[in-house]
Design a protein around this ligand. Structure first.
Ligand SMILES: [Zn+2]
Length: 556
Protein backbone atom coordinates (compact mmCIF):
# COMPACT_ATOMS: atom_id res chain seq x y z
CA UNK A 1 0.00 0.00 0.00
CA UNK A 2 0.95 3.60 0.12
CA UNK A 3 2.09 4.17 -3.46
CA UNK A 4 1.02 7.67 -4.47
CA UNK A 5 -1.32 7.64 -7.45
CA UNK A 6 -1.83 3.89 -7.25
CA UNK A 7 -4.91 2.50 -8.90
CA UNK A 8 -7.01 -0.53 -8.14
CA UNK A 9 -4.86 -2.82 -6.09
CA UNK A 10 -4.93 -6.44 -7.14
CA UNK A 11 -3.12 -9.18 -5.33
CA UNK A 12 -3.90 -12.05 -7.71
CA UNK A 13 -6.29 -13.69 -7.33
CA UNK A 14 -7.55 -11.20 -4.75
CA UNK A 15 -8.61 -7.60 -4.86
CA UNK A 16 -8.67 -4.65 -2.48
CA UNK A 17 -11.73 -2.45 -1.90
CA UNK A 18 -12.50 0.53 0.32
CA UNK A 19 -15.49 2.69 1.22
CA UNK A 20 -15.65 6.07 -0.58
CA UNK A 21 -15.09 8.18 2.55
CA UNK A 22 -12.21 6.10 3.92
CA UNK A 23 -8.83 7.92 4.28
CA UNK A 24 -7.31 5.41 1.84
CA UNK A 25 -9.88 6.50 -0.75
CA UNK A 26 -9.32 10.20 -0.14
CA UNK A 27 -5.54 9.73 -0.41
CA UNK A 28 -5.94 7.88 -3.72
CA UNK A 29 -4.00 4.87 -2.41
CA UNK A 30 -6.79 2.39 -3.13
CA UNK A 31 -9.16 2.90 -6.02
CA UNK A 32 -11.12 -0.37 -5.81
CA UNK A 33 -14.63 0.47 -4.62
CA UNK A 34 -17.00 -1.56 -2.52
CA UNK A 35 -20.01 -2.07 -4.78
CA UNK A 36 -23.61 -1.66 -3.73
CA UNK A 37 -25.61 -4.79 -2.80
CA UNK A 38 -28.07 -4.13 -5.64
CA UNK A 39 -27.71 -2.19 -8.88
CA UNK A 40 -30.78 0.05 -8.61
CA UNK A 41 -29.24 1.97 -5.71
CA UNK A 42 -28.76 5.71 -6.03
CA UNK A 43 -24.97 5.24 -6.13
CA UNK A 44 -25.13 2.64 -8.92
CA UNK A 45 -27.45 4.82 -10.99
CA UNK A 46 -25.10 7.78 -10.45
CA UNK A 47 -22.20 5.63 -11.68
CA UNK A 48 -24.12 4.56 -14.77
CA UNK A 49 -25.16 8.13 -15.57
CA UNK A 50 -21.55 9.24 -15.22
CA UNK A 51 -20.34 6.48 -17.62
CA UNK A 52 -23.03 7.41 -20.15
CA UNK A 53 -22.29 11.10 -19.86
CA UNK A 54 -18.51 10.59 -20.20
CA UNK A 55 -18.96 8.35 -23.22
CA UNK A 56 -21.28 10.79 -25.00
CA UNK A 57 -19.21 13.79 -24.07
CA UNK A 58 -15.60 12.78 -24.45
CA UNK A 59 -15.10 9.39 -26.12
CA UNK A 60 -14.15 10.16 -29.70
CA UNK A 61 -13.96 6.40 -30.30
CA UNK A 62 -17.66 6.04 -29.52
CA UNK A 63 -19.02 8.07 -32.39
CA UNK A 64 -22.06 6.37 -33.93
CA UNK A 65 -20.83 3.38 -35.88
CA UNK A 66 -23.71 3.30 -38.35
CA UNK A 67 -21.37 4.55 -41.08
CA UNK A 68 -19.32 1.44 -40.31
CA UNK A 69 -16.00 3.07 -40.88
CA UNK A 70 -16.85 4.42 -44.32
CA UNK A 71 -16.37 7.96 -43.06
CA UNK A 72 -14.47 8.90 -39.96
CA UNK A 73 -15.95 11.93 -38.26
CA UNK A 74 -13.68 14.21 -36.29
CA UNK A 75 -16.19 15.21 -33.65
CA UNK A 76 -18.90 13.58 -31.63
CA UNK A 77 -22.43 14.73 -32.34
CA UNK A 78 -23.80 15.31 -28.86
CA UNK A 79 -27.40 14.44 -29.57
CA UNK A 80 -26.61 11.20 -31.40
CA UNK A 81 -29.94 11.32 -33.17
CA UNK A 82 -30.10 8.58 -35.74
CA UNK A 83 -32.68 6.65 -37.76
CA UNK A 84 -35.24 5.06 -35.46
CA UNK A 85 -36.35 1.43 -35.86
CA UNK A 86 -39.81 0.62 -37.26
CA UNK A 87 -41.35 0.67 -33.77
CA UNK A 88 -40.31 1.68 -30.27
CA UNK A 89 -41.88 1.78 -26.85
CA UNK A 90 -42.50 5.35 -25.73
CA UNK A 91 -41.92 4.82 -22.01
CA UNK A 92 -44.49 7.46 -20.94
CA UNK A 93 -43.99 9.66 -17.91
CA UNK A 94 -42.50 8.93 -14.50
CA UNK A 95 -45.52 10.39 -12.69
CA UNK A 96 -47.79 7.78 -14.28
CA UNK A 97 -49.92 10.36 -16.12
CA UNK A 98 -48.83 8.90 -19.45
CA UNK A 99 -48.59 5.11 -19.70
CA UNK A 100 -45.98 3.47 -21.97
CA UNK A 101 -47.23 2.71 -25.47
CA UNK A 102 -46.02 1.18 -28.72
CA UNK A 103 -45.10 3.81 -31.30
CA UNK A 104 -44.69 3.47 -35.07
CA UNK A 105 -41.62 5.63 -35.68
CA UNK A 106 -42.47 6.51 -39.28
CA UNK A 107 -38.92 7.25 -40.46
CA UNK A 108 -38.16 9.79 -37.72
CA UNK A 109 -34.71 10.25 -36.24
CA UNK A 110 -34.06 10.19 -32.51
CA UNK A 111 -32.32 8.59 -29.59
CA UNK A 112 -33.32 5.33 -27.90
CA UNK A 113 -32.15 2.44 -25.73
CA UNK A 114 -32.34 -1.25 -26.75
CA UNK A 115 -32.78 -4.24 -24.45
CA UNK A 116 -30.74 -7.46 -24.65
CA UNK A 117 -32.22 -10.19 -22.43
CA UNK A 118 -33.32 -13.82 -22.14
CA UNK A 119 -37.01 -14.49 -22.58
CA UNK A 120 -36.72 -17.69 -20.56
CA UNK A 121 -39.77 -19.79 -19.92
CA UNK A 122 -42.04 -17.07 -18.53
CA UNK A 123 -45.01 -16.13 -20.65
CA UNK A 124 -43.78 -12.91 -22.25
CA UNK A 125 -45.91 -9.80 -22.67
CA UNK A 126 -45.79 -9.40 -26.43
CA UNK A 127 -47.32 -7.60 -29.37
CA UNK A 128 -49.41 -10.02 -31.45
CA UNK A 129 -51.45 -9.34 -34.57
CA UNK A 130 -54.64 -9.14 -32.48
CA UNK A 131 -53.10 -7.11 -29.64
CA UNK A 132 -51.24 -4.65 -31.90
CA UNK A 133 -53.91 -1.92 -31.68
CA UNK A 134 -54.11 -2.29 -27.89
CA UNK A 135 -50.34 -1.82 -27.58
CA UNK A 136 -50.56 1.41 -29.59
CA UNK A 137 -53.09 2.64 -27.01
CA UNK A 138 -50.75 1.87 -24.13
CA UNK A 139 -50.19 -0.52 -21.25
CA UNK A 140 -49.19 -0.26 -17.61
CA UNK A 141 -45.77 -1.07 -16.20
CA UNK A 142 -47.41 -3.79 -14.09
CA UNK A 143 -48.22 -5.74 -17.24
CA UNK A 144 -44.57 -5.94 -18.31
CA UNK A 145 -42.21 -8.72 -17.24
CA UNK A 146 -39.78 -7.55 -14.56
CA UNK A 147 -36.78 -7.31 -16.91
CA UNK A 148 -38.62 -5.04 -19.37
CA UNK A 149 -40.06 -3.00 -16.50
CA UNK A 150 -36.53 -2.50 -15.06
CA UNK A 151 -35.30 -1.52 -18.53
CA UNK A 152 -37.98 1.21 -18.62
CA UNK A 153 -36.68 2.50 -15.27
CA UNK A 154 -33.09 2.55 -16.58
CA UNK A 155 -34.12 4.24 -19.85
CA UNK A 156 -35.94 6.94 -17.91
CA UNK A 157 -33.04 7.41 -15.51
CA UNK A 158 -30.70 8.01 -18.49
CA UNK A 159 -33.02 10.71 -19.79
CA UNK A 160 -34.20 8.74 -22.84
CA UNK A 161 -37.83 8.42 -23.89
CA UNK A 162 -37.74 5.35 -26.14
CA UNK A 163 -36.88 1.70 -25.67
CA UNK A 164 -36.63 -1.15 -28.18
CA UNK A 165 -37.73 -4.57 -26.90
CA UNK A 166 -38.07 -7.46 -29.38
CA UNK A 167 -41.19 -9.00 -27.78
CA UNK A 168 -43.11 -5.75 -28.16
CA UNK A 169 -41.54 -4.03 -31.18
CA UNK A 170 -41.72 -7.07 -33.48
CA UNK A 171 -45.24 -8.42 -34.07
CA UNK A 172 -45.00 -11.95 -32.71
CA UNK A 173 -46.64 -14.62 -34.79
CA UNK A 174 -46.47 -12.49 -37.96
CA UNK A 175 -43.74 -14.21 -39.97
CA UNK A 176 -43.47 -11.39 -42.51
CA UNK A 177 -42.94 -8.83 -39.79
CA UNK A 178 -40.42 -11.10 -38.07
CA UNK A 179 -38.48 -11.63 -41.31
CA UNK A 180 -38.40 -7.92 -41.98
CA UNK A 181 -37.50 -6.75 -38.48
CA UNK A 182 -35.03 -9.52 -37.60
CA UNK A 183 -33.04 -8.56 -40.70
CA UNK A 184 -32.51 -5.08 -39.23
CA UNK A 185 -30.69 -6.06 -36.04
CA UNK A 186 -27.48 -4.33 -37.12
CA UNK A 187 -29.41 -1.05 -37.41
CA UNK A 188 -31.53 -1.59 -34.31
CA UNK A 189 -28.59 -2.31 -31.96
CA UNK A 190 -26.04 -0.29 -33.93
CA UNK A 191 -28.12 2.90 -33.81
CA UNK A 192 -29.28 2.54 -30.20
CA UNK A 193 -27.66 5.11 -27.96
CA UNK A 194 -27.20 2.41 -25.34
CA UNK A 195 -27.99 -1.29 -24.96
CA UNK A 196 -29.26 -2.43 -21.58
CA UNK A 197 -28.14 -6.02 -21.00
CA UNK A 198 -29.90 -8.11 -18.35
CA UNK A 199 -26.74 -10.19 -18.24
CA UNK A 200 -27.34 -12.20 -15.07
CA UNK A 201 -31.01 -12.98 -15.70
CA UNK A 202 -32.13 -16.34 -17.06
CA UNK A 203 -35.71 -15.32 -17.51
CA UNK A 204 -37.66 -12.15 -18.32
CA UNK A 205 -39.25 -12.40 -14.86
CA UNK A 206 -35.84 -12.09 -13.12
CA UNK A 207 -35.35 -8.37 -13.78
CA UNK A 208 -32.15 -6.44 -14.43
CA UNK A 209 -31.38 -5.65 -10.81
CA UNK A 210 -30.19 -8.90 -9.28
CA UNK A 211 -29.18 -9.11 -5.65
CA UNK A 212 -25.42 -9.38 -5.64
CA UNK A 213 -22.73 -11.19 -3.83
CA UNK A 214 -20.69 -8.15 -2.80
CA UNK A 215 -16.94 -8.30 -2.20
CA UNK A 216 -17.64 -7.67 1.50
CA UNK A 217 -19.45 -10.99 1.84
CA UNK A 218 -16.19 -12.92 2.00
CA UNK A 219 -13.54 -10.34 2.73
CA UNK A 220 -10.82 -9.68 5.24
CA UNK A 221 -10.40 -6.13 6.64
CA UNK A 222 -6.88 -4.69 6.82
CA UNK A 223 -5.72 -1.44 8.45
CA UNK A 224 -3.17 0.58 6.51
CA UNK A 225 -1.44 3.99 6.81
CA UNK A 226 -2.01 6.47 3.97
CA UNK A 227 0.96 7.37 1.77
CA UNK A 228 0.47 11.13 2.06
CA UNK A 229 -0.43 11.45 5.75
CA UNK A 230 -0.33 9.52 9.00
CA UNK A 231 -4.05 8.73 8.77
CA UNK A 232 -5.05 5.08 8.97
CA UNK A 233 -7.75 3.58 6.77
CA UNK A 234 -9.40 0.22 6.25
CA UNK A 235 -9.35 -1.79 3.09
CA UNK A 236 -10.97 -5.12 2.40
CA UNK A 237 -9.26 -7.97 0.63
CA UNK A 238 -11.53 -10.41 -1.17
CA UNK A 239 -11.25 -13.18 -3.69
CA UNK A 240 -11.68 -12.28 -7.35
CA UNK A 241 -14.66 -13.89 -9.07
CA UNK A 242 -12.75 -13.98 -12.36
CA UNK A 243 -11.80 -11.62 -15.15
CA UNK A 244 -14.43 -9.38 -16.72
CA UNK A 245 -14.25 -11.64 -19.75
CA UNK A 246 -14.91 -14.76 -17.67
CA UNK A 247 -17.72 -13.21 -15.63
CA UNK A 248 -19.59 -11.90 -18.66
CA UNK A 249 -19.01 -14.97 -20.78
CA UNK A 250 -20.40 -17.42 -18.26
CA UNK A 251 -23.51 -15.32 -17.61
CA UNK A 252 -26.94 -16.64 -18.70
CA UNK A 253 -27.32 -13.95 -21.38
CA UNK A 254 -24.06 -14.91 -23.06
CA UNK A 255 -25.23 -18.48 -23.61
CA UNK A 256 -27.89 -17.17 -25.93
CA UNK A 257 -27.13 -17.18 -29.66
CA UNK A 258 -28.93 -13.94 -30.49
CA UNK A 259 -27.09 -11.95 -27.86
CA UNK A 260 -23.64 -12.28 -29.44
CA UNK A 261 -24.44 -9.87 -32.26
CA UNK A 262 -26.43 -7.65 -29.90
CA UNK A 263 -23.27 -7.25 -27.84
CA UNK A 264 -20.79 -6.86 -30.68
CA UNK A 265 -22.93 -4.43 -32.71
CA UNK A 266 -24.01 -2.20 -29.82
CA UNK A 267 -22.31 1.16 -29.57
CA UNK A 268 -22.25 0.97 -25.78
CA UNK A 269 -23.63 -1.60 -23.35
CA UNK A 270 -24.40 -1.60 -19.67
CA UNK A 271 -24.23 -5.15 -18.31
CA UNK A 272 -26.22 -5.90 -15.18
CA UNK A 273 -24.06 -8.85 -14.14
CA UNK A 274 -24.20 -11.04 -11.06
CA UNK A 275 -21.48 -9.24 -9.12
CA UNK A 276 -21.69 -5.65 -10.41
CA UNK A 277 -22.37 -3.45 -13.44
CA UNK A 278 -19.94 -3.44 -16.35
CA UNK A 279 -19.77 -0.70 -18.95
CA UNK A 280 -18.55 -1.62 -22.43
CA UNK A 281 -18.03 0.95 -25.16
CA UNK A 282 -15.64 1.55 -28.03
CA UNK A 283 -13.12 3.11 -25.65
CA UNK A 284 -13.00 0.72 -22.73
CA UNK A 285 -14.67 -1.69 -20.38
CA UNK A 286 -15.27 -0.26 -16.90
CA UNK A 287 -16.52 -2.05 -13.81
CA UNK A 288 -18.40 -0.53 -10.91
CA UNK A 289 -15.60 -1.48 -8.51
CA UNK A 290 -13.17 0.78 -10.38
CA UNK A 291 -11.51 -1.68 -12.75
CA UNK A 292 -10.83 -0.26 -16.21
CA UNK A 293 -9.66 -2.34 -19.14
CA UNK A 294 -8.36 0.01 -21.78
CA UNK A 295 -6.28 -0.29 -24.89
CA UNK A 296 -6.66 0.50 -28.56
CA UNK A 297 -9.23 -2.28 -29.02
CA UNK A 298 -10.71 -2.20 -25.53
CA UNK A 299 -14.43 -2.69 -26.25
CA UNK A 300 -13.89 -5.88 -28.16
CA UNK A 301 -10.89 -6.95 -26.17
CA UNK A 302 -13.22 -8.58 -23.68
CA UNK A 303 -14.59 -10.65 -26.52
CA UNK A 304 -11.28 -11.10 -28.34
CA UNK A 305 -12.95 -9.72 -31.45
CA UNK A 306 -10.42 -6.93 -31.77
CA UNK A 307 -10.43 -6.71 -35.52
CA UNK A 308 -14.13 -5.95 -35.64
CA UNK A 309 -13.39 -2.55 -34.14
CA UNK A 310 -10.64 -1.70 -36.62
CA UNK A 311 -11.60 1.39 -38.55
CA UNK A 312 -9.77 0.42 -41.69
CA UNK A 313 -9.76 -3.36 -41.73
CA UNK A 314 -8.48 -5.44 -44.60
CA UNK A 315 -10.52 -8.27 -46.05
CA UNK A 316 -8.13 -10.70 -44.35
CA UNK A 317 -8.54 -9.18 -40.87
CA UNK A 318 -12.31 -8.99 -41.21
CA UNK A 319 -12.49 -12.60 -42.39
CA UNK A 320 -10.38 -13.68 -39.46
CA UNK A 321 -12.75 -11.85 -37.12
CA UNK A 322 -15.70 -13.51 -38.80
CA UNK A 323 -14.23 -16.95 -38.13
CA UNK A 324 -13.58 -16.04 -34.50
CA UNK A 325 -17.18 -14.85 -34.17
CA UNK A 326 -18.60 -18.00 -35.78
CA UNK A 327 -16.48 -20.22 -33.52
CA UNK A 328 -17.80 -18.37 -30.45
CA UNK A 329 -21.34 -18.32 -31.82
CA UNK A 330 -21.39 -22.08 -32.47
CA UNK A 331 -21.07 -22.73 -28.72
CA UNK A 332 -24.23 -20.80 -27.87
CA UNK A 333 -27.80 -21.99 -27.61
CA UNK A 334 -30.78 -21.13 -29.77
CA UNK A 335 -34.38 -21.88 -28.82
CA UNK A 336 -35.27 -22.26 -32.49
CA UNK A 337 -32.93 -24.31 -34.66
CA UNK A 338 -34.03 -22.30 -37.71
CA UNK A 339 -32.54 -19.15 -36.13
CA UNK A 340 -28.97 -20.35 -36.78
CA UNK A 341 -28.36 -17.97 -39.68
CA UNK A 342 -30.83 -15.19 -38.71
CA UNK A 343 -29.35 -14.78 -35.20
CA UNK A 344 -25.96 -13.81 -36.65
CA UNK A 345 -27.30 -11.99 -39.72
CA UNK A 346 -26.74 -8.53 -38.23
CA UNK A 347 -23.02 -9.19 -37.96
CA UNK A 348 -22.92 -10.72 -41.44
CA UNK A 349 -24.66 -7.61 -42.77
CA UNK A 350 -22.04 -5.36 -41.14
CA UNK A 351 -19.20 -7.40 -42.60
CA UNK A 352 -20.77 -7.30 -46.07
CA UNK A 353 -21.03 -3.51 -45.80
CA UNK A 354 -17.40 -3.21 -44.75
CA UNK A 355 -15.94 -5.50 -47.34
CA UNK A 356 -18.45 -5.78 -50.17
CA UNK A 357 -17.98 -9.56 -49.87
CA UNK A 358 -20.75 -11.91 -51.00
CA UNK A 359 -22.41 -13.94 -48.23
CA UNK A 360 -23.12 -17.62 -48.79
CA UNK A 361 -25.04 -19.23 -45.90
CA UNK A 362 -22.40 -18.36 -43.29
CA UNK A 363 -19.38 -18.37 -45.63
CA UNK A 364 -18.02 -15.67 -47.95
CA UNK A 365 -17.47 -16.01 -51.70
CA UNK A 366 -14.16 -14.10 -51.48
CA UNK A 367 -12.92 -16.48 -48.77
CA UNK A 368 -13.43 -19.62 -50.89
CA UNK A 369 -12.16 -22.24 -51.19
CA UNK A 370 -10.32 -21.85 -47.85
CA UNK A 371 -13.53 -20.96 -45.99
CA UNK A 372 -14.74 -24.52 -46.64
CA UNK A 373 -12.07 -25.90 -44.31
CA UNK A 374 -13.99 -25.32 -41.04
CA UNK A 375 -14.08 -28.28 -38.69
CA UNK A 376 -16.42 -29.74 -36.11
CA UNK A 377 -14.72 -29.21 -32.75
CA UNK A 378 -14.49 -31.96 -30.19
CA UNK A 379 -17.69 -32.29 -28.21
CA UNK A 380 -21.26 -33.22 -28.84
CA UNK A 381 -22.98 -32.13 -31.99
CA UNK A 382 -25.25 -33.19 -34.82
CA UNK A 383 -26.00 -32.36 -38.41
CA UNK A 384 -29.47 -30.88 -38.59
CA UNK A 385 -31.46 -33.40 -40.54
CA UNK A 386 -35.02 -33.25 -39.20
CA UNK A 387 -35.55 -29.98 -41.06
CA UNK A 388 -32.92 -29.02 -43.64
CA UNK A 389 -31.27 -25.76 -42.63
CA UNK A 390 -28.14 -25.15 -44.70
CA UNK A 391 -25.99 -26.84 -47.34
CA UNK A 392 -23.51 -29.40 -45.99
CA UNK A 393 -20.55 -27.17 -46.92
CA UNK A 394 -21.75 -24.55 -44.41
CA UNK A 395 -21.06 -24.72 -40.66
CA UNK A 396 -24.70 -23.63 -40.28
CA UNK A 397 -25.74 -27.18 -41.24
CA UNK A 398 -24.37 -28.36 -37.89
CA UNK A 399 -25.44 -27.95 -34.27
CA UNK A 400 -22.53 -28.02 -31.87
CA UNK A 401 -19.13 -26.38 -31.48
CA UNK A 402 -17.35 -25.59 -34.73
CA UNK A 403 -13.87 -24.24 -35.28
CA UNK A 404 -14.61 -21.91 -38.15
CA UNK A 405 -10.93 -21.26 -38.85
CA UNK A 406 -10.25 -24.99 -38.64
CA UNK A 407 -7.80 -26.18 -41.27
CA UNK A 408 -8.19 -22.84 -43.08
CA UNK A 409 -5.74 -21.33 -40.58
CA UNK A 410 -2.99 -23.62 -41.85
CA UNK A 411 -4.03 -23.46 -45.49
CA UNK A 412 -3.82 -19.67 -45.80
CA UNK A 413 -0.27 -19.72 -44.44
CA UNK A 414 1.06 -22.15 -47.05
CA UNK A 415 3.82 -21.00 -49.37
CA UNK A 416 3.12 -21.10 -53.11
CA UNK A 417 -0.33 -22.63 -52.90
CA UNK A 418 -0.85 -24.94 -55.87
CA UNK A 419 -3.62 -27.06 -57.28
CA UNK A 420 -6.38 -25.14 -55.56
CA UNK A 421 -9.81 -26.36 -56.27
CA UNK A 422 -11.25 -23.75 -58.63
CA UNK A 423 -14.66 -22.45 -57.68
CA UNK A 424 -16.77 -22.43 -60.82
CA UNK A 425 -19.97 -21.25 -59.19
CA UNK A 426 -21.38 -20.73 -55.73
CA UNK A 427 -24.99 -19.90 -55.13
CA UNK A 428 -27.52 -19.75 -52.37
CA UNK A 429 -31.28 -19.38 -52.60
CA UNK A 430 -32.77 -17.40 -49.76
CA UNK A 431 -35.80 -18.63 -47.85
CA UNK A 432 -37.05 -15.15 -46.97
CA UNK A 433 -36.39 -11.43 -47.29
CA UNK A 434 -33.26 -11.27 -45.14
CA UNK A 435 -30.23 -11.52 -47.48
CA UNK A 436 -28.22 -12.85 -44.51
CA UNK A 437 -30.97 -15.02 -43.06
CA UNK A 438 -32.47 -18.46 -43.69
CA UNK A 439 -31.62 -20.28 -46.91
CA UNK A 440 -33.68 -22.70 -49.01
CA UNK A 441 -30.86 -24.23 -51.04
CA UNK A 442 -27.18 -23.77 -51.80
CA UNK A 443 -24.57 -25.38 -53.99
CA UNK A 444 -20.91 -24.90 -54.83
CA UNK A 445 -19.43 -26.28 -58.04
CA UNK A 446 -15.67 -26.74 -58.21
CA UNK A 447 -13.08 -28.19 -60.53
CA UNK A 448 -10.63 -30.24 -58.52
CA UNK A 449 -8.87 -33.54 -58.06
CA UNK A 450 -10.36 -36.31 -55.97
CA UNK A 451 -9.06 -39.62 -54.71
CA UNK A 452 -10.35 -42.36 -52.46
CA UNK A 453 -8.59 -42.72 -49.10
CA UNK A 454 -9.10 -44.72 -45.95
CA UNK A 455 -8.61 -44.07 -42.29
CA UNK A 456 -7.03 -45.95 -39.40
CA UNK A 457 -9.52 -47.86 -37.31
CA UNK A 458 -8.76 -45.95 -34.13
CA UNK A 459 -8.75 -42.25 -33.41
CA UNK A 460 -5.41 -40.69 -32.66
CA UNK A 461 -3.89 -41.10 -29.27
CA UNK A 462 -1.97 -38.37 -27.57
CA UNK A 463 0.55 -38.70 -24.83
CA UNK A 464 -0.15 -36.05 -22.20
CA UNK A 465 2.96 -36.27 -20.05
CA UNK A 466 2.77 -39.99 -19.48
CA UNK A 467 -1.02 -40.29 -19.51
CA UNK A 468 -2.07 -41.66 -22.89
CA UNK A 469 -5.74 -41.26 -23.70
CA UNK A 470 -7.87 -41.80 -26.74
CA UNK A 471 -9.09 -38.25 -26.46
CA UNK A 472 -8.59 -36.94 -29.96
CA UNK A 473 -11.39 -36.57 -32.46
CA UNK A 474 -9.09 -36.96 -35.45
CA UNK A 475 -8.57 -40.22 -37.34
CA UNK A 476 -5.23 -40.80 -39.13
CA UNK A 477 -5.59 -40.89 -42.95
CA UNK A 478 -3.71 -43.79 -44.53
CA UNK A 479 -1.98 -43.84 -47.90
CA UNK A 480 -2.02 -46.75 -50.40
CA UNK A 481 0.68 -48.50 -48.37
CA UNK A 482 -1.30 -48.16 -45.13
CA UNK A 483 0.97 -45.49 -43.66
CA UNK A 484 -0.53 -42.58 -41.73
CA UNK A 485 -0.06 -39.41 -43.78
CA UNK A 486 -2.42 -36.96 -42.12
CA UNK A 487 -5.64 -36.51 -40.22
CA UNK A 488 -9.34 -36.42 -40.92
CA UNK A 489 -12.05 -34.83 -38.74
CA UNK A 490 -15.55 -35.96 -39.59
CA UNK A 491 -18.55 -33.66 -39.22
CA UNK A 492 -21.13 -34.36 -36.54
CA UNK A 493 -24.10 -36.58 -37.12
CA UNK A 494 -22.63 -39.46 -39.12
CA UNK A 495 -24.04 -42.79 -38.08
CA UNK A 496 -20.55 -44.19 -38.25
CA UNK A 497 -17.38 -42.62 -39.58
CA UNK A 498 -16.79 -44.36 -42.97
CA UNK A 499 -13.72 -46.59 -43.30
CA UNK A 500 -12.99 -45.18 -46.76
CA UNK A 501 -14.10 -41.95 -48.40
CA UNK A 502 -13.52 -39.49 -51.25
CA UNK A 503 -11.08 -36.65 -50.67
CA UNK A 504 -11.33 -33.44 -52.71
CA UNK A 505 -8.03 -31.57 -52.84
CA UNK A 506 -8.61 -27.93 -51.87
CA UNK A 507 -5.01 -26.72 -51.89
CA UNK A 508 -1.42 -27.83 -51.69
CA UNK A 509 1.71 -26.05 -50.52
CA UNK A 510 4.51 -26.01 -48.00
CA UNK A 511 4.45 -24.89 -44.40
CA UNK A 512 7.05 -22.40 -43.17
CA UNK A 513 8.96 -25.42 -41.84
CA UNK A 514 9.04 -26.85 -45.37
CA UNK A 515 6.51 -29.67 -44.83
CA UNK A 516 4.17 -30.48 -47.72
CA UNK A 517 0.49 -30.07 -46.87
CA UNK A 518 -2.55 -31.03 -48.91
CA UNK A 519 -5.84 -29.79 -47.43
CA UNK A 520 -8.90 -31.80 -48.39
CA UNK A 521 -12.66 -31.90 -48.00
CA UNK A 522 -14.13 -35.30 -47.27
CA UNK A 523 -17.16 -35.83 -49.47
CA UNK A 524 -19.78 -38.50 -50.06
CA UNK A 525 -22.43 -39.05 -52.72
CA UNK A 526 -25.55 -37.02 -51.94
CA UNK A 527 -29.07 -38.21 -52.44
CA UNK A 528 -29.35 -35.70 -55.28
CA UNK A 529 -28.05 -37.36 -58.47
CA UNK A 530 -24.45 -36.50 -59.30
CA UNK A 531 -24.02 -34.22 -56.31
CA UNK A 532 -21.86 -34.61 -53.23
CA UNK A 533 -22.29 -33.75 -49.61
CA UNK A 534 -19.51 -32.67 -47.25
CA UNK A 535 -18.84 -35.06 -44.35
CA UNK A 536 -15.49 -33.85 -43.02
CA UNK A 537 -12.17 -32.14 -43.55
CA UNK A 538 -8.53 -33.17 -43.31
CA UNK A 539 -4.94 -32.81 -44.44
CA UNK A 540 -2.19 -35.00 -45.86
CA UNK A 541 1.59 -34.66 -45.83
CA UNK A 542 2.35 -36.37 -49.14
CA UNK A 543 1.35 -35.68 -52.71
CA UNK A 544 -1.48 -38.18 -52.66
CA UNK A 545 -3.24 -36.81 -55.76
CA UNK A 546 -0.33 -36.99 -58.24
CA UNK A 547 -1.95 -39.38 -60.71
CA UNK A 548 -5.44 -37.88 -60.53
CA UNK A 549 -7.13 -35.75 -63.18
CA UNK A 550 -9.37 -32.83 -62.34
CA UNK A 551 -13.11 -33.22 -62.50
CA UNK A 552 -16.14 -31.15 -61.76
CA UNK A 553 -17.80 -31.64 -58.38
CA UNK A 554 -20.98 -30.04 -57.04
CA UNK A 555 -21.45 -30.02 -53.28
CA UNK A 556 -24.87 -29.38 -51.80
ZN1 LIG B 1 -17.40 5.35 -24.90
Amino acid sequence: MGVPGSRLIEIEPRRAYKFPDDPLALSGDVVGRVTEPISDSEQSFARLKQWYHDCLGSHTECYPVRSLGLTMPTQITKGEDGPLPTRLINIGSADGKQNPFLWECGGFEGCYAALSYCWGTSKPFTTQIDSYKDRLQGFTLDELPKTVCDAVVITRMLGLQFLWVDALCIIQGDSNDWQRESSKMDHIYGNASITIAATASKDSSDGCFVRRTTPLTNSVPLRSVCSNSDKVGTLFISEKLGSVHEILDRSPLNNRGWCLQERVISRRIIHFAQDQMYWECQKHCAAEDGTIIEDQNAPKRCLHFDEVSFREPTLATVMRSWHIIVTEYSMRNLSLSSDKLPAISGLASQIAKRTGAEYLAGLWRQDLPFGLLWQASHGEGKRVIDKWRAPSWSWASIDGPVNSQGYRAGAILLDKVLDEAVILSAEVHLAGENPFGEVADGLITMRGRTKRARRASNKEQFDYGGWVGNVSYEFPILNDKGLAIGDVVFDYGLEKEPESFDCLLICKGHTKAGELRCYVLIIACASRMGHYTRIGVGYMTEDYFQSCDSRIITIV
